[in-house]
Write a protein that binds this ligand. Structure first.
Ligand code: AMP
Ligand code: GLY
Length: 420
């Protein structure tokens, strides 16, 4: 099979690494890809937001299967364009991608199917939103309705913070994404992420993970896209998992099908778990980044079979072969991230870091400059290891980091602390 992966981050490198190991994969193309993906795939320049351009490219290259990594092309309808042209593709339609693209839509789906989630109201008018916040009191959570690159959520511990967030969002700080705000009850508990494939009717869980959103050790500092992750998430016990599937995930998939917009792809569900009861925090319509890196490390080559079964509507006959293992990834980011940072600093030492089925450095934001590997983004490397225990995976990952020489980078030294 000829396979095309859309995206250029650590998530897509991990997908490419797993897919390439499967004997079904003859030719692998990544668009646009990055310096790390170039080791396992041909990288091609392509505007992945342009459905017609992606279809034309896939047809010209005789691509049999397209895997869409990030949410933006999904929300823009690239999966619809591919399916419309008869090209097999992994990822939801634009209509189904509303589960990530609109928080108000997700709340409406939860209401319709009875899935437990935080109580909420939504507003486009600032005066009404402020009055609601004042009536509810703090802590309270203010969310921009649309896609805001992970920045549209304020967990306000005080009334002043909450009111400022309302004014900010409805005042245009997030552009169109914040033209409507969802205001939610603050939920207490422990968070976990759950990844479930859906072919529109059948579901298949493919792993749990926990990430670390804050930039610095001890969960201090600004929010980021994620500074590290591990899988499995201990809080997702069998009982919690069973309940989450029965009360939240399957009802969501059924409701999407009932509406004529079946969900096909991976559902990334964020849960808040308290006293064994999961409630939905949010859905994303793609794999998490860096959560995907630990999931792929554990699944390996079978990931391609699972994604294919999902795209072909035969998940009822698919199964995951689980090993009793753990994986952990540490993100190396450019100093200054998530604020402003420099691009172009050199990274050395990677050639000497051994890579195998238990050790991989996934590239999130790198490029080649002549013969030199340089940083080309905020999150730059995902140093990932697998082990028989979480402690072993963590030890391996940090030992690999010791071999990386990058003066302009930083990382958290406590990934996995909550579970260890
Ligand atoms: P989201 O982008 O929706 O995942 O929100 C970012 C983070 O805000 C989540 O990972 C939670 O830590 C937190 N959060 C979102 N909604 C709530 C809520 N209703 N109660 C408590 N924390 C929340
Ligand atoms: N790591 C969080 C995300 O991918 O949204």
């Amino acid at each position: 099979m000829n396979i095309l992966i859309l995206g250029s981050g650590g998530r897509e490198h991990a997908l490419a690494w797993a897919v390439k190991q499967n004997p079904k994969c003859d030719r692998l193309i990544a668009a646009p890809g990055n310096a790390g993906m170039a080791d396992v795939a041909e990288c091609a320049a392509l505007d992945i937001m342009d459905g017609a351009a992606v279809v034309e490219f896939a047809a010209a290259q005789s691509v049999d299967f397209v895997i869409i990594g990030p949410e933006a092309p999904l929300a823009a309808g690239v999966a619809d364009a591919l399916r419309g042209a008869g090209i097999l593709c992994f990822g939801p339609s634009a209509a189904a991608a509303q589960l990530e693209a609109s928080k108000a839509f997700t709340k409406e789906i939860c209401d319709a199917c009875g899935a437990p989630t935080a109580g909420y109201a939504h507003f486009t008018d600032a005066a009404e939103a402020r009055a609601y916040v004042e009536a509810q009191g703090a802590p309270i959570v203010i969310k921009a309705d649309g896609l805001a690159a992970g920045k549209g959520v304020v967990v306000a511990m005080t009334l002043d913070e909450a009111l400022a967030a309302v004014d900010d969002m409805l005042g245009g700080a997030y552009g169109d994404a914040g033209a409507e705000v969802v205001i939610e009850e603050f939920m207490e508990g422990e968070e976990a992420s759950f990844f479930i494939l859906s072919d529109g009717a059948n579901i298949l869980p493919v792993g749990t993970a926990q990430d670390h959103k804050r930039a610095y050790d001890g969960d201090e500092g600004p929010n980021t896209g994620g500074m590290g992750a591990y899988s499995p998430a201990p809080v997702m016990s069998d009982a919690v998992t069973e309940r989450a599937l029965r009360e939240i995930v399957q009802p969501t998939v059924d409701e999407m099908a009932r509406r004529g917009t079946p969900y096909q792809g991976v559902l990334y569900a964020g849960f808040m778990i308290k006293d064994g009861a999961p409630r939905l925090v949010e859905y994303n319509v793609r794999f998490g980044d860096p959560e995907c890196q630990v999931l792929m490390m554990r699944l390996g080559a079978q990931a391609l079979d699972l994604l294919l079964a999902c795209a072909q509507g035969r998940l009822d006959r698919a199964q995951v072969n689980w090993a009793d293992d753990h994986a952990l990834t540490v993100v190396m980011a450019a100093k200054g991230y998530p604020g402003s940072y420099e691009k172009g600093s050199e990274i050395t030492g990677l050639d000497a870091v051994a890579e195998d089925s238990a050790h991989m450095v996934f590239h999130a934001g790198t490029k080649m400059q002549g013969d030199h590997l340089v940083a080309n983004g905020g999150r730059v490397l995902n140093v990932t290891a697998r082990g028989a225990s979480l402690a072993e995976a963590r030890e391996r990952a940090y030992a690999m980091i010791d071999g990386v020489d990058w003066a302009d980078g930083f990382y958290r030294s406590d990934i996995g602390w909550r579970a260890l």
